[in-house]
Design a protein around this ligand. Structure first.
Ligand code: AGP
Length: 608
């Protein structure tokens, strides 16, 4: 996620901004920049790379004198990491400077409109549109221009804005992307997150959606989008600095689990236009989509598990044959990729060596590759023929959660797009599924609220030796991810099994008290999975069931039930995985494991 810091007061702004940005580095970024008013004009310095590069360029801020400024660390979403795309962004006359965290979903039509009015762009970012749009509406009154922009842009934004004609003020604006402001005897601050200003003040104001703040050196004013002044109560932060980096959460993993409603929204909503799905970055027209005869999905770990889910969804609704392979196998088995085969490589980091090799192998065999990637400008993103980003923001915890959830969304969208273009989905069905997709963020939120109950259950299994996850169809794919979440951070042996396969050997491992997590969200297979639950229970297993609300029959065979809200059967992974993530997390916490950095694991496996 991008980081924003701003300062106006009696001290030099640049050093305060650099210090604040350094406390936001944990959020992940690829470039950094600052804008400071030097008494005559707004100077900007920005560069791709680590914050250290900016510090060196500005000699610790000394080359940017002035007491009012804004700064930014960029996590690329639109436009690869580069000096040009780094923030802040100017208007043409360089009298307005903007830093932004979030995604302007309608930036393309706005950009076209501004170009038609003579505006020239120097970057590929959605943020530069905001700088020019403010300029377009600015007639001398910053607040008026800002609120007009707020009524025109769609998407999520936290903005810091400087006006050269109003050098005694900074403006901060928020919609969906977090933003706080604070004050002490030396000035006023804006920041994306508490750690950036904790050194200066523990009394902060959390900006709500569609609120604007005008900061001066010694006071702040708060406004609504209708320019009505409002009063706000400050909050006193009692976190220590380390906790503050995690937004008050104990671990990044927990913080990222709680970001899932937003990452699902950010990946989904920009691709839903009215009652249609528009995947601009797909690079395929309807005829090409109709010509697909087979899809190969290649990935590793959790990304592979997302691919397994996609197999059931794409084959189920688009009726296109799908083969899913782990990249380390695919790259060496001389795969048979026939005419009309589309290859999809899924990767959060975009740097996984095996997945990158699989991409290159596919292209060598003459096939185009679609990358589904989270890190903009990563190797897989750059080398894929087309890339569909999962806008999950930087994922710090080694065990993926929010990026995995975003991958599922990208794959559902792909499947529905293909199904509709190939005439496999009626309009009514399509719209009903769109409605189900839009309800997922709120349903995930409801499941996350369940964490205490999951924690209590998890505490019973801190001493477990073996845990089995079973399911059929999509429930088998869910089981794979649930099993990996548990074992990779708690170090407890766990396996996922197709429920119908258990009796062909592995059931001999079930002993008195062995935990078996049965995932039963596929109503069409519910009775079959119920039978498998009875089978393992008869051999002494303790059965945890994850199923849809209303399936109370399951209580005949389960010892402990977790119900998920009803959704389309193709989307249940997005919900069932939430309690399983929480389960793995709380078992690991109960064991005192290093949840964010599990032993032997790396966030990105860039070697074979
Ligand atoms: C999942 O929690 C692990 N971090 C791991 O399995 C990961 O999914 C795998 O290494 C693939 O990484 P990628 O998505 O960055 O390619």
């Amino acid at each position: 996620m991008c980081g924003i810091v701003g300062y106006i007061g009696s001290h030099q702004a640049a050093p305060v901004i650099l210090e604040g940005l350094s406390k936001l580095e944990y959020r992940g970024y690829d470039s950094a920049g600052m804008a400071v008013f030097d008494g005559k004009k707004i100077g900007i310095c920005k560069s791709v790379g680590r914050l250290k590069v900016l510090e060196e360029l500005t000699h610790g801020g000394a080359t940017m004198p002035g007491t009012v400024g804004i700064g930014h660390t960029r996590w690329a979403t639109h436009g690869a990491p580069s000096n040009q795309n780094a923030h802040p962004h100017y208007n043409q006359e360089e009298t307005i400077a903007v830093v932004h965290n979030g995604i302007i979903e309608n930036y393309l039509p706005l950009r076209e409109k501004l170009v038609s009015k003579g505006y020239q762009f120097v970057s590929d970012t959605d943020t530069e549109v905001v700088a020019h749009l403010i300029d377009y509406y600015y007639k001398g009154n910053p607040l008026e221009a800002i609120t007009k922009v707020m009524n025109r842009v769609q998407g999520s934004y936290a903005l810091g804005i400087l006006f050269a004609e109003h050098p005694d003020q900074i403006f901060a604006v928020r919609k969906d992307s977090p933003l706080i402001v604070g004050q002490n005897e030396d000035g006023c601050f804006i920041a994306s997150d508490v750690p950036a200003i904790l050194k200066y003040t523990r009394k902060v104001y959390f900006i709500e959606n569609q609120e604007v703040v005008r900061l001066r050196a010694d006071h702040m004013h708060f406004y609504t989008v209708d320019e009505e002044e409002i009063t706000k109560e400050p909050v006193t932060i009692d976190w220590d600095a380390n906790a503050a980096e995690k937004g008050g959460y104990e671990h990044f993993m927990l913080k990222e689990m709680y970001e899932q409603p937003k990452t699902v929204t950010d990946t989904l909503m920009p691709r839903i236009k009215g009652n249609d799905i528009v995947i601009e970055e797909l690079g395929m027209g309807d005829e090409e989509i109709k010509a697909i005869r087979k899809i190969f999905i290649v990935a590793c770990g959790s990304a592979y598990h997302a691919g397994m889910t996609a197999k059931y969804v794409i084959e189920g609704i688009a009726r296109i044959p799908v083969e899913v392979d782990v990249a380390s196998e695919f790259r060496y088995r001389n795969p048979i990729l026939e005419e009309g085969t589309m290859v999809v490589v899924i990767s959060q980091s975009g740097e996984t060596a095996d997945s990158l090799a699989a991409l290159r192998e596919s292209q060598k065999l003459g096939h185009k590759v679609l990358g589904i990637v989270n890190v903009v400008g990563s190797s897989i993103a750059r080398e894929a023929d087309n890339v569909m980003y999962t806008w999950a923001g930087p994922e710090i915890a080694v065990a993926t959660t929010k990026a995995y959830s975003a991958q599922l969304i990208a794959l559902y969208l792909l499947a529905m797009k293909f199904a509709k273009v190939r005439g496999m989905l009626k309009e009514g069905e399509f719209r009903s599924m769109l409605g189900d997709l839009k309800r997922l963020p709120g349903q995930i939120e409801r499941l996350l609220a369940n964490k205490q109950r999951i924690q209590r259950f998890a505490n019973r299994y801190i001493g477990a030796k073996d845990v089995f996850f079973i399911g059929r169809g999509i429930d088998f794919a869910i089981s794979m991810e649930g099993s990996l979440k548990l074992k990779e951070i708690s170090y407890i042996h766990s396996e996922a099994y197709a429920a119908g396969e258990l009796k062909h050997g592995t059931i001999s491992l079930i002993e008195e008290g062995t935990l078996v997590a049965a995932v039963a969200t596929q109503d069409a297979l519910f009775q079959k999975t119920l039978s498998n639950m009875v089978e393992v229970k008869a051999r002494g297993a303790f059965v945890l069931a994850v199923t849809n609300e209303g399936n109370t029959d399951i209580e005949k065979a389960a010892d402990y039930c977790i119900y998920i809200p009803r959704t389309n059967p193709y989307f249940t992974n997005s919900l069932a995985i939430i309690p399983l993530q929480l389960f793995g997390y709380y078992v690991a916490v109960g064991k005192g494991c290093d949840v964010d950095k599990p032993r032997n694991l790396a966030k990105s496996v860039t070697v074979e």
